[in-house]
Design a protein around this ligand. Structure first.
Ligand code: ZN
Length: 262
């Protein structure tokens, strides 16, 4: 019999599910504030209209539903057949009439939520593979969705803002982005940056801090570290590649573009 509440009792996972659901509500609200003809306007994602964003967020729910079903059944069902197929599917869905795009986005979100609710405790730990090829426990689908719904709500460009995000989400996003940079680039290629949120206790070093102090500003030595300051929300928005509003560099120079996130 289908459950009426989440089957998992893990408090951390339940908190994660709550944040994902709040993000879904936020995204749905921003989509519903747009008239159909406004869906044709550009979004903050280069090359994408708002319609592409709404279609993509719906298709992302379907892809994460496939991972959740994989965890539940043990039958391998990847997120997407290939990156090309993923892109083609978004392009196709973005040609749908406004009402159809809204339905796709809303129904896919409900379906994912039902799969999550009914997933037994042990299945949340089952390994699944992300579109980027990482093997993660099924519980990671919750964070993957959280990221998508909140950030793409801002990408709709109709008033959504990182300033609306709960503090724990802002901090988790920044840690996620910096972690992705470190994994992809390795210590030698990471920009020598220290991110200093003015509304938090701790700064976030981009390269992993070296335990022994290294002399800086030596000829041929490591580049001196630039500190970027701003609210945690502004720094996180910058880190996700959505502009440097509210961020200043300690050396008075231009704020550098961030490395790619995803
Ligand atoms: Zn996305």
């Amino acid at each position: 019999m289908p459950a009426r509440t989440d089957r998992t009792t893990d408090p951390q996972l339940r908190a994660g599910l709550l944040l994902a659901r709040r993000g879904q509500a936020y995204f749905s609200r921003k989509v519903n504030e747009l008239r159909n003809d406004q869906l044709d306007a550009p979004s903050l994602v280069p090359g994408w209209t708002r319609r592409h964003v709404a279609a993509h967020v719906g298709l992302n729910a379907r892809a994460l539903t496939r991972l959740t079903e994989w965890a539940a059944t043990g039958v391998e069902t990847p997120m997407y057949a290939s990156p090309e197929e993923r892109d083609a599917e978004i392009e196709l869905a973005a040609t749908l009439p406004g009402r159809a795009v809204r339905n796709l986005s809303a129904h896919a979100a409900v379906h994912l939520d039902v799969e999550w609710r009914d997933l037994p405790e042990e299945a949340w730990r089952a390994p699944v593979r992300t579109a980027l090829g990482r093997v993660v426990p099924a519980s990671e689908t919750v964070w993957m969705r959280t990221r998508e719904v909140w950030v793409h709500a801002v990408d709709l460009d109709n008033g959504g803002s990182f300033d609306d995000f709960p503090a724990e989400l802002v901090d988790a996003l920044l840690a996620d982005v910096v972690g992705a940079w470190r994994r992809r680039l390795g210590p030698a290629d990471l920009p020598a940056l220290l991110l200093e949120p003015v509304d938090r206790e701790h700064a976030v070093p981009v390269p992993v801090p070296v335990p022994v102090p290294v002399p800086v500003a030596q000829p041929g030595g490591p580049a001196p570290t630039t500190t970027l300051r701003g609210s945690a929300a502004a720094l996180t928005r910058w880190a996700t590649g959505r502009g440097a509003d509210g961020v200043v560099a300690s050396d008075g120079g231009a704020v550098p573009p961030p490395p790619r996130w995803l």
